[in-house]
Write a protein that binds this ligand. Sequence first.
Ligand code: ADP
Ligand code: MG
Length: 736
Amino acid sequence: MNGLDMDIQFLPGVGPKRADLLEKELGVASVGDLLRLYPFRYIDKSSITRICDVRPDMAYIQIRARVTRVELFGPSSSAVDAPAPVSNPKEKALKFNTIRRMSAWISDGTGEMETVYFKGIKWMYEKLKVGQEFLFFGKPSAFNGRINMVHPEVDDVSKAAGIPAQSASSATAEAIGAGSTMTGVYPSTEKLKNSGITGKVMTRLAAGALEKGLPYVQESLPEYIMKECGLVPIHFALRNIHFPKDMTSLERAKYRLKFEELFYLQLSLLKQKYVRSRAEQGIQMPRVGEAFNRCYESLPFPLTGAQKRVITEIRNDMKSGHQMNRLLQGDVGSGKTMVAVLTALIAIGNGYQACIMAPTEVLAQQHFKNIQKFLEPTGVRSALLTGSSKTSERRDVHQGLEDGSIGIIVGTHALIEDNVIFRNLGLAIIDEQHRFGVEQRSKLWRKASCGAPPHVLVMTATPIPRTLAMTLYGDLDVSVIDELPPGRKPVQTIHATEGKRPALYKFMRDQIALGRQVFVVYPLINETEKLDYQSLEAGAEEIIKHFPFPPYKTAVVHGKQTNDVKKFNMDAFAAGRADILVATSVIEVGVDVPNASVMVIESAERFGLSQLHQLRGRVGRGSEKSFCVLMTGHKMSKESRHRIELMCATENGFELAEEDMKMRGPGDLEGTQQSGLPISLNIASLAKDGLILNAARACAEAVLEADPTLREDRNQMLRRELLKDKYQIKDYSKIS
Ligand code: ADP
Ligand code: MG
């Protein structure tokens, strides 16, 4: 029998009961599973680093030092000011929920260093008494040119008993990890610990797994790739990931395992892309065309550099003869609509029809309205088709699409109904891609009537961290509009709690007196949740009470209204007939009211970062200074607090997305929630291993460049590996 398949119950010290528990708690059933259950960190308690020797690029180190000084910091007054120390920390009624950061300065006689805490401050504050000595275990980092340690693990010195400072003796090394001074810490659970499966036991199990399983592990990367990319063999990697010989060996082991995982993921995605681009004929669109030029010449503004670059990329795709499959990412207000219009006009100029599909009725209407002014000089006929289009209109539109008299159709899902027939659809633009299921996209695809599939441009305003985009959309080409149109004023973001409500209302009145308009948004987690509507209704009543008619006019919009009512209220606000729009998050995307200068988000702690960012993008679109007010309760989870702080600190959607990914892991990001990542990663992290991902992707590209179908002898191993279950990618990002 292959030693990797051996049931772990037969390992020394396991037995059926523990084996059961290990499978339930950690999903570990076989020796092979155990081999791939890696420590998530390592303790090297045999060595203590002197503060004077600490460098910011060091991995985990241990310091033995005395606390010399502790400082607490409250909320920052603004994004630029450094947070002010809280006055008189000795004060009895110290309110820890207002403390954002604690610094403890530590000294070991060779130097002094700052340790920083953002969480569990109360506990740390009580533990780290000035004058007492502790062991600090963590990773040094550099901040403002100084070295510090953020959230070290703090242990009592008694734990280090017998270890003389600065010694590097291997006295504590486990016999099984002979020569190693580092002990891996394995994932564990309460249940495992309670039933005696301690760290020590896990270490012993890993040793057993290595002994029984390693001889059966076959190399999983070709020799030439290991050589070119500087990777250690799999046996070395597995041995050292569990029992590192030293720091360097550990780093090389980790690098190899992460690289391998990311490499196969990218290879799999890129292979799909290669296969498709070779196999699929695309509609060749060699011309830019008259309509494009007329629109371009009459634009009221010059395109931004980013818009121009993206249009060139799209243009090259469309004339290549291959089908375009491009993702266009751009923050709210970056001018994607403009790019969509010009792209559609290229299709028109080559004699094809184009469709623009939006996730909601409101958005489709908005798109339709927005593009009219750009289409006017071109004479191209456009139309709108949504679920609420009247039967007679619908008939006209169907007719116009079939006979080709309609060049550009804007709409919702109604566009992909079976009775919609295009004369010659050459381009599909899909806004806010993640709301469309794969199935719906493929329906659109089948509308192809010209022998080749239409070009596809997917637009998303949800900024996705680059590493995630490369994974989720690894088989698409990605364009990014990373520049906002000039003259955009930054939006000032303010966090406020209930006590500030009178001040908020006064501020709203002042803004309305200046002729501006205000959004007030309530969270709606689930459209059917009764409670959410109650809070919206109560909120609307409250607003109307404080902003009575006359002179104030308030419009209310939510998902329970009929489309007519929704549209009526929305239009009233867009046209300036209402001063305040009370709404649920239906206005999250797309609504464009340049005169609106204030966005108030109620219960902001209930929104995710990207949703908050989308909502904030609704203001700051005009020439006036704009504001976003995040109303929250006093009590917030740490995560919520961190989100609100980030929102106040930056307006950059990509930065927020990166942070969001770091906080929640890539699997939970908006837009990936429903579908998850295409594969689950075991050791690599999209949040942290961007550089390795780059290297792995470059390597995968080079391999496919030289041998697109993986026919060469030296690539047979790659072919075999790709067939493994764990590299079977969920059909998520594929448009076709
Ligand atoms: P997005 O769809 O990316 O959120 P929009 O296309 O709606 O952004 O553009 C936001 C606003 O900026 C619109 O009012 C649009 O007319 C305007 N706009 C687009 N491109 C430019 C540009 N190059 N210069 C000035 N304004 C622009
Ligand atoms: Mg838009």
